[in-house]
Design a protein around this ligand. Structure first.
Ligand code: NDP
Length: 280
């Protein structure tokens, strides 16, 4: 997986069903469901992003959909992702949640639908609903988020479709290389959420050092590290200048030593909840 080809902003990694997932996307968590998210989606698409990540719990799917609608980029050229929230899990309620997401987004299919968190006693039923939606061709790929190895092993013993993606907290303080290796071995594409630690990464000395060394911003170093590790990444910004510079990462390459250096910072320090101990 480390040898996946990185070309330009339009590039993608191939999922195990052959669907191409653009490796750089726009995150939208905490982007307001008004002109803010509409403009950031339109700006990202204009700059060349072809992947937008939202979720029902972000309460901004309507704005995301509006941004897509107002953009001149064709729907079929955009990879749109949403997620079923914890309180919506279960078979029928997941099907309903999917339809609600589509309606808010003003779309008739999604490119990827994810189980947001591994809700105990629920996620297998939820997965069956995702398999149904996939069979019905209402979604081009299905996956999970916040699934540790034991959640994946449990699901893999009992599924018809292997998840195509696992979206996880991923940044220098939470690398979880064992989980990445497990996903790679099982053809599950790894994807990073909060690649900037919601802003904290900009204060890390090593990132500042690498920034100087490569003459690129800390944000660019981090995103380039994600891609060189074969990890899809979805940095969030609502500022068009940042959305643009976050995508200016295709004219340099980190050395293997510096990739390993960033990997070595892992200390299992999460900014989000632990997937075994969340209470929402
Ligand atoms: P990020 O790590 O992407 O950090 C976002 C923060 O960084 C914002 O405050 C943003 O500010 C700032 N920022 C962005 N670019 C720059 C830059 N170039 N220079 C300085 N500051 C910058 O955090 P998120 O938690 O938003 O994670 C990314 C995405 O992952 C989410 O938006 C969401 O789509 C997804 N996610 C999924 C989760 C899951 O459970 N599956 C959980 C959390 C997130 P500003 O917007 O003001 O520019």
């Amino acid at each position: 997986m480390e040898h996946k080809k990185i070309t330009d902003i339009g590039g993608s990694f191939k999922l195990h069903n052959g669907v191409k997932m653009p490796y750089l996307g726009l995150g939208t968590y905490q982007a307001d469901n008004d002109q803010e998210v509409i403009d950031s989606v339109k700006d990202a698409l204009e700059i060349g992003y072809r992947h937008i990540d939202t979720a029902s719990v972000y309460e901004n799917e309507a704005g995301v959909g509006q941004g897509i609608k107002e953009s001149p980029v064709a729907r079929e050229d955009i990879f749109v992702v949403s997620k079923v929230w914890n309180s919506e899990q279960g078979y029928d309620s997941t099907l309903q949640s999917f339809e609600d997401s589509l309606e808010r987004l003003q779309l008739d299919y999604l490119d990827l639908f994810l189980i947001h968190w591994p809700v105990k006693g629920k996620y297998k039923e939820t997965w069956r609903a995702l398999e149904y939606l996939y069979d019905q061709k209402k979604v081009r790929a299905i996956g999970v988020s916040n699934f540790l190895q034991h959640h994946l092993e449990d699901l893999l013993t009992d599924c018809n479709v292997i998840p195509m993606v696992n979206q996880m907290e991923f940044h220098p303080y939470v690398v979880q290389q064992d989980l990445i290796d497990f996903c790679n071995k099982n053809t599950i594409q790894y994807e990073a959420w909060s690649p900037f630690m919601q802003g904290k990464v900009f204060d890390l000395d090593i990132c500042k050092e690498l920034s100087k060394k490569y003459n690129k911003s800390v944000a660019q170093i981090i995103l380039r590290w994600n891609l060189q590790k074969g990890v899809v990444t979805i940095p969030k910004s609502v500022h068009s200048n940042r959305i643009a510079t976050n995508a200016d990462i295709f004219d340099f390459e980190l050395s293997n030593g510096d990739v390993a250096y960033l990997d070595s910072l892992d200390r299992g320090e999460r900014i989000g909840a632990h997937p075994d101990h969340f209470d929402f």
